[in-house]
Each structure stands twice: as structure tokens, then as C-alpha cells.
Design a protein around this ligand. Structure first.
Ligand code: GLC
Length: 485
């Protein structure tokens, strides 16, 4: 039987370029799709800000010229084969030469990703790769289903190609005034009505994908339900309800080859579910030393590895941080970058409570591993969380997540129930700083006064399986159902 062909299209992907969880998902899911049944390839932009070693590994495949925004634009294709998967990179220097992956110029962002979306379709015949299905990720690829229906499907080569639109974060939609977007994309006025790409007077690229894709997925079952309500729907809850028959929540997985305390070379002392009682603490001692925290192996360490944005619940933390640090019962280690006010808040508390809080305002893969391995608990009180990956990494390292019950956090962290002896972490429901504080204090109590219970929770946490195994099967079933025999 011939393999089914799947093309992923996305704006970022590990190990080539990453700003967030999207890159982890696009980089790991293809590896877990059965290669006997599917030929999965991935299409990405070639950014000038990629590491030189990444660029050096690309080889030229082909190029063509494509009509776009009243010009004939160069579209180069390069490729790399990595972990058995073919990755294509769309090259055009005028769109992808930037210092950072994303810029803060929304019109430029829309222009370059609309270009990318059209280019993904245009290059396929030249690659001699006709996907049965294109799996699109987030707003940057929202125009693929639209362009496919609008102009490409008239051509025999494209006829019958199916599309999936996956929402990793509904907050980012790619919005701009209709007139400009019409002009840039070359899509006619027919497409810019409220039943298609227009939303609240603006053109909305994600909405295009959500209207035109054959099926829609998002990254956890709870988020799939939440986005049908006004609070989480980001203005598109009506559409999510209208398409609820095609909207599926499939939980993300993580790659345990990269994240496992038993063979992690980035941490001071590897450990397993049978040795963590003795060895996990050695990581804490090493990290306290490295970051200049008070050396106290008994002190409960709370880790935070996150983009420092509102989504992640930092206003709750801002509200009670002083109070949290008023006792010697906890130490906090923070890693990440983001909004100025949160970066500065952590810098300030690092200055004020130097031996209790360590603020690391940058991104480091290595330090993130050390924090997962060293901390006793991991704080993630998100306002909303489509899936969340760091709580999954924490569970693996026996670092108990303290989370707000929303989206993927609700689906992956089971709150400790002291009467039944179940659970893998701690959680609270309302977006309220004192509810969070209360559950942190409760976790402290279990940590200090009921160590046996704490260790049982750690054991259960470490034994959870959030690899891609189950979720990749769900995607495979969906692909098969859509493509047919
Ligand atoms: C986005 C979401 C996050 C999700 C990730 C991967 O970053 O905010 O919750 O885990 O995408 O799907």
C-alpha cells in the first residue's frame, strides 16, 4: 500500500528555530507518526536568524518565481533530512531577514506569512511531492486552506488535498485592515466578509484557516471546550461553536529522549523513580551553589520556566510574591524573558531577597533542565493554557506542578487527594492570587510535614506517560479518516 503523504507547515520547529511550545510540537510529532504508513515532511521559513550550523546543513533543492503582492517574488527551497524526516525551508531574503524570529510590525508579519503560505503550495509540484493532507499550525499558516480552495484546487495536482488547522494559541490571529490584506494577498473582496476572513472589521488570517480547513484541532481536550466560550474564545467562540463537529482536542506529548532525569547529561546528578529520594536533592544543592541561593537542601525550591507574559499568570504572582517570600520556607528560581514589568519584578525581588529568589532573565535550555531536576515544585498558574509543555517536563522530573485548572493543565495534572492517596500535583480553580497562595502553602505543608505522602506523589508524577504515543495515534486516525482508503 502506498504511504499517505502529510505536509506540516509552521513558522517554527525544534531543532531549527524556537520561540515557544509550537516549535517543540512541530519538531516532535512527525517523528512519532508511523513511518510505515505515512510520509511526513515539514515546511518552514528559512530565517536569517537561524544558527549558522543549521543553515550550513541545508542543501539547495529548487527555486521558482511566484506572483505575490504585485511582484514576481523569488521562492527558494532548501532541505535538510533530520531524524529521518525531510524538512523544507522556504527562502526569500526580503521576508525572512530579521534579527528575531518574529517582529513587532504586524503588517510585515502578515505580509511575510501570507507569502510563506502561498509559497508552501506553489513549490509542491517542483518538489514532486503531492501531500494528501496539509497540517497547518497557528495563524501564520492560516491562509494555506484559503489559497488552496481559492486558486490551487482548480489545478489537477492540488485537487482533493485535505487540510487541518491546529490551534496552539487562539490569542494570536494575524489581524490587519481588510484593504491592505486584500492588496497584499491578492484574495478578492469575496473572501473578506464576516462568514469568511473578516472578523470585527479586520482581516483575520487564522479565521481564514478555521473557516476553510476540513478539520480543526487544538492541543488539549479542555481547551477545545473552553474556546467555545466568550472568555477563552478571543472573539472567535461563535465560529468555534459553529464548527464544533470538526473541532477536536488532542493533547500534546513531549519527547522523553530529551527530557528524562535518568539520562539527562545537563543535570548534576541523574536519578530515577527508585533513586530520586536520595539523588534528586543533589541537583538542588548544585543549583543553589550555582545561582547563589542559600545552601539548604531541606528548603522547598519552586521553579518557574516560562515566557513572562500575562497568559502565564504572572499578575497573580506579582500580587503575592512579597508575601510568599516573607518566610524562609521556600526558594524560587525563575527562568525566562517577556514583558518588561515581569522581568523587572523578578529582578527587583532577586535584589531584595537575594538568597531566596534567583531571577534568570534569558533563555537557556541547559538551565531549564537543571531547574526541572532541582526544584521540588513547579509553579504555572496560567490564565489560559492551550496545552502547556513545561508541566509535562516537571512531572517527568518528579517536580510537582502547582497549576491553575485550565486547558491542558487541567488535563495533565491531577490534584493531590490526601484521602484517596491519588494525584500528581496541586491545583486551584479560580484566577485568584490568594487561592494560588493557599495551594502553595498547602503544598509546603505536605512537603515539610508529610514527606512520605510527598514522595508518593513524586513517584506517581514520574510514572506518568505523556509521550506522543497515544496522541500521535489520534492524529493518525484522523489523517486516515480524512484521506480515506
Ligand atoms: C502554545 C501554547 C501552549 C502549548 C504550545 C504547543 O505555546 O501557549 O499552551 O503547549 O503552544 O501546542
Amino acid at each position: 500500500m502506498e504511504k499517505k503523504k502529510i505536509l506540516f507547515a509552521a513558522s517554527e520547529c525544534v531543532p531549527f528555530i524556537k520561540t515557544g511550545g509550537l516549535a517543540d510540537v512541530v519538531g516532535s510529532l512527525p517523528k512519532d507518526i508511523d513511518p510505515e504508513l505515512f510520509d511526513v515532511r515539514v515546511m518552514l521559513p528559512k530565517y536569517s536568524c537561524m544558527k549558522q550550523s543549521v543553515k550550513d546543513n541545508m542543501e539547495y533543492v529548487t527555486h521558482l518565481y511566484m506572483d505575490y503582492h504585485w511582484k514576481s517574488e523569488y521562492v527558494g527551497v532548501l532541505q535538510t533530512v533530520y531524524a529521518g524526516i525531510t524538512f523544507y525551508f522556504i527562502d526569500n531574503e526580503s521576508f525572512f531577514t530579521t534579527d528575531t524570529v518574529y517582529t513587532d510590525d504586524p503588517l510585515f508579519e502578515i505580509t511575510r506569512y501570507a507569502f510563506f503560505s502561498k509559497a508552501c503550495l506553489s513549490v509542491l509540484p517542483a518538489l514532486d511531492f503531492r501531500p494528501d493532507l496539509i497540517h497547518c499550525h497557528d495563524w501564520q499558516t492560516g491562509l494555506i486552506p484559503v489559497y488552496l480552495k481559492e486558486r490551487f484546487q482548480g489545478d489537477q495536482f492540488y485537487h482533493g488535498i485535505k487540510t487541518i488547522m491546529t490551534i496552539h494559541n487562539l490569542k494570536f490571529q494575524g489581524r490587519w485592515g481588510v484593504e491592505d490584506v486584500e492588496d497584499i494577498t491578492g484574495l478578492s473582496g469575496y473572501y473578506f466578509t464576516p462568514d469568511k476572513l473578516e472578523a470585527y472589521k479586520d482581516a483575520n488570517l487564522l479565521k481564514g484557516g478555521l473557516v476553510y480547513a476540513d478539520e480543526i484541532t487544538t492541543v488539549s481536550p479542555t481547551y477545545a471546550e473552553e474556546i467555545k466560550t466568550p472568555f477563552f474564545g478571543e472573539g472567535l467562540d461563535g465560529l468555534m461553536n459553529a464548527r464544533s463537529a470538526e473541532l477536536h482536542g488532542i493533547l500534546n506529548g513531549i519527547d522523553y529522549t530529551d527530557f528524562s532525569p535518568d539520562h539527562d547529561t545537563k543535570i548534576a546528578k541523574p536519578y530515577t523513580v527508585s533513586t530520586f529520594r536520595r539523588d534528586k536533592i543533589k541537583n538542588k544543592i548544585a543549583l543553589q551553589k550555582e545561582l547563589g541561593l542559600r545552601r539548604d537542601e531541606k528548603c522547598m525550591m519552586i521553579g518557574i520556566v516560562s515566557r513572562l507574559t500575562d497568559q502565564k499568570g504572572f499578575d497573580l504572582i506579582a500580587y503575592v510574591l512579597e508575601e510568599m517570600l516573607s518566610t524562609d520556607a521556600i526558594q524560587i528560581v525563575v527562568l525566562g524573558t517577556g514583558e518588561d514589568r515581569y522581568e523587572n519584578m523578578f529582578r527587583y525581588f532577586d535584589w531584595k531577597y537575594n538568597d531566596k529568589l534567583s531571577a534568570n532573565i534569558y533563555y537557556s535550555d541547559e538551565l531549564s533542565h537543571k531547574i526541572y531536576a532541582s526544584s521540588d515544585a513547579f509553579l504555572m498558574p496560567s490564565l489560559f493554557e492551550p496545552c502547556g509543555l513545561s508541566q509535562l517536563m516537571s512531572l517527568r522530573y518528579g517536580t510537582l506542578p502547582i497549576v491553575r485548572e485550565t486547558g491542558g493543565l487541567k488535563d495533565t495534572v491531577e490534584p493531590f487527594n490526601e484521602y484517596e492517596g491519588t494525584g500528581t500535583g496541586f491545583s486551584f480553580t479560580n484566577y485568584n492570587a490568594h487561592d494560588m497562595m493557599h495551594v502553595i502553602r498547602y503544598a509546603e505543608h505536605i512537603f515539610y510535614d508529610r514527606k512520605r505522602d510527598w514522595n508518593k506523589i513524586v513517584e506517581r508524577a514520574m510514572k506518568q506517560d505523556f509521550s506522543w504515543k497515544q496522541s500521535a495515534l489520534q492524529y493518525q486516525e484522523m489523517y486516515e479518516r480524512m484521506i480515506g482508503g
